[in-house]
Design a protein. Sequence first.
Length: 374
Amino acid sequence: RRRKNDFHSNQSSHPLMAVLARFNFVEVFRHVQKMEASHAQYFTTYLAQGIGRVCKEYLKGSATAALSGDQASMQLFYNLLPEFGSLPWTLKPLLVLVAEQFLSVSGRGLLMSFVSVATGVVWLSLTCLELRGCWFLLATGLVSLGTALVDGLVDGRISAESADTVTAKKLQYLCQMGQTIGSLYIGLFAWILAFSRQTSLMLVACAWVAVAIAPTLLATGSSYSSQASAAAKQAAHAEESKQRQLTRNSLAAMANGACVRVAILGFAVCLSPSLDTFLLRKEVLGFQDSQQPLVSVAGTFGWFLGTSLYMKISSGRSPEAALRLSLLIWPVSSLATLFFALWARPGSATVLALSLACLEKAACELGKALTFMP
């Protein structure tokens, strides 16, 4: 009993971790129901991103036919995918800056709901319509832009709520758990049930629509009481005034040395060459569409391990020391990709090839998480 109590006390700050270990979707839903409205939306947003991480593998699978194999269009397509470092995501800071300058807290909430629904509608168009050429690229860019904008608005709310380091870590971990659970469930189901492209893209469309309605339908915690609602309104007005003042001075603040170094580091990370082995797995090894989500699930575990590793690295270290150690570990993960690319042989879609592909993806995502978390 003492060991059990110690376990629950250690997991109390992150209760979803124990739920993930039990792999119980009903328990996940119950935990989300107990959250505050804002936290439910944070979780659901990253859950949709996790589902999208798996489903974009199906989008990659249809890109060759939709773009008629044109290499320039394929290169542009890979730079439009909804992920960190893509072209639409470079617009995120500017769009969020404009939204925080000219919209109130409630206005930004409405904008986030509208963009979430619009992103779901575009995913639905990719599901139901046989888009080709420029229309396919446009739809891919729009879902990426919508994902980036919602992600930026959520990050802004999380930053405003993170009054101290402990709260910041808990909220960040909550978001990463949402992404992990979304990728894990959908990835495993897609592999076991051999989901079609239409089924997978329909799921991610529904997930983004759910982001807009999550606070109303899911969260039933204390945040909906009258006292909590009044306190939340007062806090929102105070935060709105503070945020507007910070936004006015944000461009001047970016001129200081620390912000410039962070910007240069982020730019350098995006310039670092990386190898997406999706086409290698499909065209050379002959992986089926239903096997690609399993590799994505392995990547999810790698990302989760990377975020957990950073929690350990940052504990008891200064932010500079944690960043330095993370950047030293990051290049090591590229060795797995190098080994996998050198080992690959045409038509060798065996259990060994699938295992190595999963290990390569997990190592790659672990390294990527160590550049993201700091």
